[in-house]
Design a protein around this ligand. Structure first.
Ligand code: LMR
Length: 334
């Protein structure tokens, strides 16, 4: 054996992993966020761990910035097996026929990151990921983005200021209902098209996290924003169930370890980036950011909270109640 190893070393083969003869598994990971966005940094972190833990038997190819597919197309591509991993916003599963994830879009359902974690890291979050299997998908983790703010070219001091504005939204019926509740006109649009639509006036305003607003340069074409923090935006890391279950068990375990270890890193990157993005945007002076008073927040909440009951039939009363139980409260106006 020693002689063989020495002979291999002489041929320069000793560094090759034992499994070098096996074909490499390629995982195409597509997403819509900018190359500098935290979702990109998180997926790069995952790639590094995944390739190390599988000793090079897996190669992760990253395709950020909608370069392969836009929002809707990437989900179809995953179902068809054209790509193997995505991290779409959970607000985008409704069109696939999985409405329950829109519970995350209910305004003011989470008072902050601690409450959110009780769901994403608990039974309810796990069960929701399980629902993806009926569509040929497998849910592997939640990665946060953050909490959304409202923006437009006019001041948004209260719900009346949104009346009649055309607002770009993600493809979620709950977000649509939220915009109707404010008297706005929701327009579902791919993320990659939002900047252009805002800059050309096809829409007047939008809602998004500071990180997305900054990375997509939306702040350059929105004069006002109000720090409503009215809703959550986050991702489910997903794969094609057939592909995932067909992986050799040791490879699958190594990838799952890489994802589990990436999740806290991804969440930290997102929090930090939302903070720095806000600071950068404020410093740029392009957008005026309004911090609502407690009275103004009460008015936003009063206008938006009825959406919980309105959408109960769509997302499930039971599910909403389980989230109230997990977070410890039903959101109130004050
Ligand atoms: C959006 O469409 O606004 C977001 O879901 C984009 C993203 O991936 O953060």
């Amino acid at each position: 054996m020693r002689a063989i190893l020495l002979a291999m070393a002489a041929l320069g083969l000793a560094a090759l992993p034992v499994s070098a003869a096996e074909p490499q598994i390629v995982i195409k990971f597509s997403h819509v966020a900018a190359p500098q966005a935290h979702k990109s940094l998180a997926s790069e972190h995952f790639k590094k761990l995944a390739e190390a833990y599988t000793q090079g038997r897996v190669r992760i190819e990253l395709y950020p910035n909608s370069q392969l597919y836009k929002d809707k197309e990437e989900l179809e591509a995953l179902q068809l097996g054209a790509v193997q991993m995505l991290a779409p916003s959970v607000s985008k599963f409704g069109p696939l026929g999985i409405k329950a994830f829109e519970v995350f879009d209910l305004p003011y359902i989470f008072a902050g990151y601690d409450e959110l974690a009780k769901v994403t890291e608990g039974d309810v979050g796990r069960e929701l990921l399980g629902k993806l299997e009926s569509k040929g998908l497998i849910g592997l983790a939640y990665w946060n983005n953050g909490f959304k703010i409202l923006s437009a070219n006019s001041q948004l001091l209260g719900p009346d200021d949104v009346l009649g504005l055309k607002m770009r939204i993600q493809a979620s019926k709950v977000i649509e209902a939220q915009m109707w509740a404010l008297g706005a006109l929701p327009q579902v649009m791919a993320f990659s098209e939002a900047y252009q639509a805002l800059s050309s006036g096809v829409v007047d305003g939008t809602e998004n996290t500071p990180a997305n607003m900054y990375n997509q340069k939306m702040f350059e074409v929105q004069k006002h924003a109000t720090l409503t923090n009215h809703g959550y935006l986050g991702y489910a890391v997903i794969s094609n169930a057939k592909f995932w279950k067909g992986l050799p068990p040791d490879i699958r375990a190594a990838l799952e370890r890489a994802i589990a270890e990436t999740t806290p890193v991804a969440n930290k990157l997102a929090r930090d980036e939302n903070e720095t993005a806000m600071a950068e945007m404020k410093a740029s002076g392009r957008t005026v950011f309004h911090e609502p008073t407690p009275e103004e927040i009460a008015a936003w909440r009063a206008a938006l909270l009825p959406v919980h009951d309105e959408m109960a039939n769509r997302v499930g009363r039971d599910l909403i109640d389980r989230i109230y139980a997990a977070t410890g409260h039903k959101p109130a106006t004050q």
